[in-house]
Every structure is written in structure tokens, then in C-alpha cells.
Design a protein around this ligand. Structure first.
Ligand SMILES: Cc1ncc(COP(=O)(O)O)c(C=O)c1O
Length: 405
């Protein structure tokens, strides 16, 4: 017999989510491409917060490559293991491996997917992961997916705490695994931490991990196309080729398309292609995405001009913000957080900037801890000096109006 309470269950559920969604702010709708500027409500706004570091979102070469491929091959593909393993997918993996100076690459449909694949395919309940406390949400979810019991979280960037956790892991690893297999210890870090723009001390992490017999994984989402020679990422930045076991990247930030990838030793990548559920049970990238990405890698291999322009712009922006008295944290990359700890003030500041035709959204809890709100500015290679000056002037005006500077 179904009770009245049972009958109410659905109604209660919908009432609850209605309450929840009424609190959230609806994002702006963009009516243009996402270049140095974008159009919102019919008005041109300076784009100061997207992760299109190199301007590829509106790059004509990428658009042409995507369009040519669509006319040649159509749009959709399928499961790669069944009926969708297109020549372009293989070409993209080849060029990415070459670009990253890695043995091999596997491409998935997002950085989130790539993190899930990278971790949950090799880590089981009885293994051990050691993870920086500020690692990206997709790493946290990937660890959950692996159902690993022993998750050791070390303090952000803290090498001595990492060593403590490695010692603890080695002790835990003395107990044999129920299937007699060797227990894995995997150290995982973001390369660039996306909210602050600080860098993982990768050489020390790798040295310690090797000392204690652990595997290493770096999520280089915000380092691809940004760090290293010609944008080859954090491993290249530190000259650690061949020493990091698993490198994960996204193709949605500097590459400005969609997708994620893992690079590493040939055998490991083949293992992922045979075992990863995210690869086996999910569709592949579309034709235009794949063709555009191949073109993006080609552009980066031809010249480092865009990467240099990005860094010039970032240096200029940071020094101007500092001159005006803004607190821009301790970023080592083009990510430029303008700290406005109070959430309400950060929202107000962003709204004032919007009135001044600058699009720079506030970052608040849960994306950052409470009391650490900010406007995260990300300049791109498509901004001219004039564009940056326009943004800086708007920050100065809004900052003074709201007594932030
Ligand atoms: C550090 C990090 N890892 C992974 C991701 C997820 O990448 P994607 O958007 O390609 O799924 C992001 C994106 O925000 C990120 O910042």
C-alpha cells in the first residue's frame, strides 16, 4: 500500500530543487565568437575571463580546418572501439604525442573524462592515491570513481607533507593486496592551479615519488599551450620528459575546442585504450572538433609567437594591476586573480565592470574557499595593448568607486 508520504516524495523533490535553483545566478548569454571581445545583450564586451589563452576559439585556420573536414567527412563519429575510430582521431593522437614529446597519446571527450580515465582505470580499492588538497574537482571525482580506500591528501604544494604521506603510504603498502598483485601508490597534482595560477613543484614531486616507488600524474589543463617551450606544458617547462608517468591535458582551454588527452609510455596508453571505461563506453570527438585540434597543434609547432604574446600581455596586466594597488595573489602564470575576499563585493565589482563593458565574472564558493572570492582575469594572445588598457582603466574606475583600491 502506498502511503500519502510516498505520494508526496516526487512533489517534495521538485519543490526542493526549485528552491535550490532560485538562488543561483543565471549566466550571461553570448551572441558572438569568444575572441578578445564578445557580444552580450547586443553590446560589445571586453573578454577578460575566458580560458582561450591563445585566441584559438576564433582563429580562422581552425575554423577553416573544421569546415573543410565537415565537407569531406561529415560531422559525427562513433565509439572508437566499435565503428568510430576515424583517421583524424589517430592523426590527432600522433600530433599531440609529438608536440608533447611523449611516446603516445589517447584522446577523450574532455579533460574531466581524461582524469577519470587516467585514475580509475589503473587504481583500485586497495591501491593508494596521494593528492594535493587543491586539486581540481575532476581529479577528486576520478579518485572517488576508483573507490580507493586510502586517499592521502597533502597540504597545497607542501613537499614535506607530501613526503610524510609517502612514508605513510609505504607503511600501508606493506599489507598484501587480496589478489596478490603489487599495490600502486599514485601521486596526483594539478600542474597549474586554476584559481590562483600557482605551479606544482613538479621536479621535487617527481624526485620524491621515485624515491618512494610511487607513480606520478600531473593534470596540465592550464599549462597546455601556455607553459614550456612553445606551449608544450609543465613537463616541458621543467625538462621532465619521460619522468612523469601520466600527463593529462584538456583541449578546451588554450586549444579552445573540446576534449582531453593522456600522454605517457606506449604500453600505458595502449592499456588505457583497451581498458578505460570512459574510452570504451562513450562516443569519440566529432570530425570538426578533431580537425580543428590538429590545426591548433600545427600552429603551435610552426611558431611560438602566440605563446610569447600571451605572456607579454600577462606581464603587462599584472604589473598595471599591482601599480593600481590590486592584490593579484601569487600567480606564476597568465591567470591573474584579483582578490576581493568578500563575495558580495566581488559580485558588485564584476557588475560594475560589466557596466563599463568588461566581462570578468566573480569566482566564489564553492569554486574557491569562503572568504577567498576573486575576479579571475585571464588575458589572451588576441588582446592588443589597447584592449588591455581599456580593461585596466575599467578596473581602476570600479576599484576606486567601490573602495577596493
Ligand atoms: C585543472 C583542470 N582539470 C580538468 C579540467 C576539466 O577539463 P574539461 O573542461 O576539458 O573537461 C579543468 C577545467 O576546468 C581544469 O581546470
Amino acid at each position: 500500500m502506498i502511503s500519502a508520504q510516498d505520494m508526496d516524495r516526487r512533489a517534495t523533490f521538485y519543490k526542493k530543487i526549485e528552491e535550490e535553483i532560485s538562488k543561483a545566478k543565471i549566466p550571461h548569454v553570448i551572441d558572438s565568437g569568444e575572441g578578445a571581445y564578445l557580444t552580450i545583450n547586443g553590446k560589445n564586451k571586453l573578454n577578460f575571463c575566458s580560458s582561450h589563452y591563445l585566441g584559438f576559439a576564433v582563429n580562422p585556420r581552425l575554423a577553416q580546418a573544421a569546415s573543410n573536414a565537415v565537407y569531406k567527412y561529415g560531422i559525427g563519429t562513433g565509439y572508437r572501439t566499435l565503428a568510430g575510430n576515424h583517421r583524424l582521431h589517430l592523426e590527432l593522437e600522433e600530433v599531440l604525442a609529438r608536440f608533447k614529446k611523449a611516446e603516445a597519446a589517447i584522446v577523450l571527450t574532455g579533460g574531466y573524462m581524461a582524469n577519470c580515465a587516467a585514475i580509475s582505470t589503473i587504481i583500485g580499492k586497495e591501491d593508494i592515491v596521494i593528492s594535493d588538497e587543491l586539486n581540481h574537482a575532476s581529479i577528486i571525482d576520478a579518485i572517488r570513481l576508483s573507490q580507493v580506500k586510502n586517499k592521502l591528501i597533502y597540504k597545497h604544494l607542501d613537499i614535506s607533507d607530501l613526503e610524510n604521506k609517502l612514508k605513510e603510504a609505504v607503511e600501508l603498502a606493506k599489507a598484501p593486496k587480496s589478489d596478490g598483485q603489487t599495490l600502486l601508490i599514485l601521486v596526483i597534482t594539478d600542474g597549474v592551479f586554476s584559481m590562483d595560477g600557482d605551479l606544482a613543484p613538479l621536479p621535487e614531486i617527481v624526485r620524491l615519488a621515485h624515491e618512494y616507488g610511487a607513480l606520478t600524474m600531473v593534470d596540465d589543463a592550464h599549462g597546455e599551450g601556455v607553459l614550456g617551450n612553445g606551449g608544450r606544458g609543465i613537463v616541458d617547462h621543467f625538462g621532465l620528459h619521460g619522468q612523469v608517468d601520466i600527463e593529462v591535458g584538456t583541449l578546451s582551454k588554450a586549444f579552445s575546442v573540446i576534449g582531453g588527452f593522456i600522454t605517457g609510455k606506449k604500453e600505458l596508453i595502449t592499456f588505457y585504450k583497451q581498458k578505460s571505461r570512459q574510452y570504451l563506453f562513450s562516443n569519440a570527438l566529432t570530425i570538426p572538433d578533431t580537425a580543428a585540434l590538429i590545426e591548433a597543434v600545427k600552429i603551435l609547432e610552426e611558431s611560438d609567437e602566440l605563446v610569447k604574446k600571451l605572456w607579454d600581455n600577462a606581464k603587462y596586466l599584472k604589473s598595471e594591476f599591482a601599480r593600481l594597488g590590486f592584490d593579484t595573489g601569487h600567480s606564476k602564470t597568465p591567470i591573474t586573480p584579483v582578490m576581493i575576499p568578500d563575495e558580495e563585493k566581488a559580485r558588485e565589482f564584476s557588475a560594475s565592470l560589466f557596466e563599463l563593458d568588461v566581462f570578468a565574472t566573480p569566482i566564489v564558493f564553492p569554486m574557491v574557499a569562503k572568504g577567498k572570492a576573486r575576479i579571475r582575469v585571464i588575458p589572451s594572445a588576441s588582446h592588443s595593448r589597447q584592449d588591455l588598457d581599456k580593461g585596466i582603466a575599467a578596473f581602476e574606475k570600479a576599484g576606486k568607486d567601490l573602495n577596493i583600491i
